[in-house]
Design a protein around this ligand. Sequence first.
Ligand code: F6P
Length: 354
Amino acid sequence: MSEISCIGIATGGGDAPGLNAVIRAASKAAILKHRWKVIGIPDGFDGLIWPEKSFELTLDRVSGILPRGGTILGTTNRGNPFSYKTEENGQEVVRDISDQVIANSRKLGIDAIITIGGDGSQKIGYELFQKGLKIVGVPKTIDNDLSATEVTFGFDTALHTVSDAIDKIHTTAASHHRVMVVEVMGRDCGWIALEGGIAGGAHIILIPEIPFTVQKVCDLIAQREKEGKRFTIVAVAEGIKLPPELKQIAHGGPVGQLVGEAISLISHKEVRVSVLGHIQRGGSPSPYDRVLATRFGVAAVELVAQGEFGKMVALRAGSIVAVDVARAIGHLKAVPPDGELVRTARAVGIGFGN
Ligand code: F6P
């Protein structure tokens, strides 16, 4: 058991719906069950460079934030205390300010920190843990690409946004007999495109894990035409690996645009492209994400109470478990190209362009 009277909470990396639900759950559990003081650290570990910006998370302060998207603490996906970038005399200078960050957390009276973030933030948290800071991690990303946990909160809300968008695109696609390309997020993995595409009834899904050719995509569109289907919806993951024919015409714009242009060139169909972008990261978390975030927040507080530092909460076989952060980081969970989800999609006629 550990001697704790005050914890800090920080959110790092890109935001995800459900961050506030974790902040609320962890604060409430810490205050109500353990009578600890809770300090909110603004803008990830950057907040510990200026400790005076930190503020107490009271029950009042976290009241009403459960349904709010974003994070009341603010976040950054650039702040790394081990390679902190500043400008000195007009020049960019990179410094290791981790000692300062640890000293400032002690100045604030913080005994342990719950760090809510994706792979990058958990790695920073682990490095601070190795230097003596008591850290417990909570995984977060809309991409659902962390191998240590079956699901991350934010993913379900993103799927709602994507399937809702594809539903809307269906009606206009059908009315105009067009090919509609919808680009979605997911970084290096295709989970949002695959599950959002299945949920939205996309006809073709392109993901980084399955190599495709534009010709195959156009063949699928032509096949649909033959069957009397005069419109097609193509869900494209932002991280797709470009085949040679697309590399040749790449212009640095969104990959969805590139795919759309190539389809139009080969199929002579009218094509429109929608890049969903950051709306996938915004909005009120779904009930599933609120519940998962609440479970993670409460479980993280329990790990602190038990002195289980250097651990991260995770969802496995439906239960919340603790995993070593050291083992959790650096392993992305790619879509298995021959897995059950892809086979299910193929069984209902969805093509992958291969
Ligand atoms: O990791 C979450 C994510 O939304 C990715 O899907 C996307 O590639 C990236 O973050 C965008 O990040 P930024 O906040 O830098 O635009």
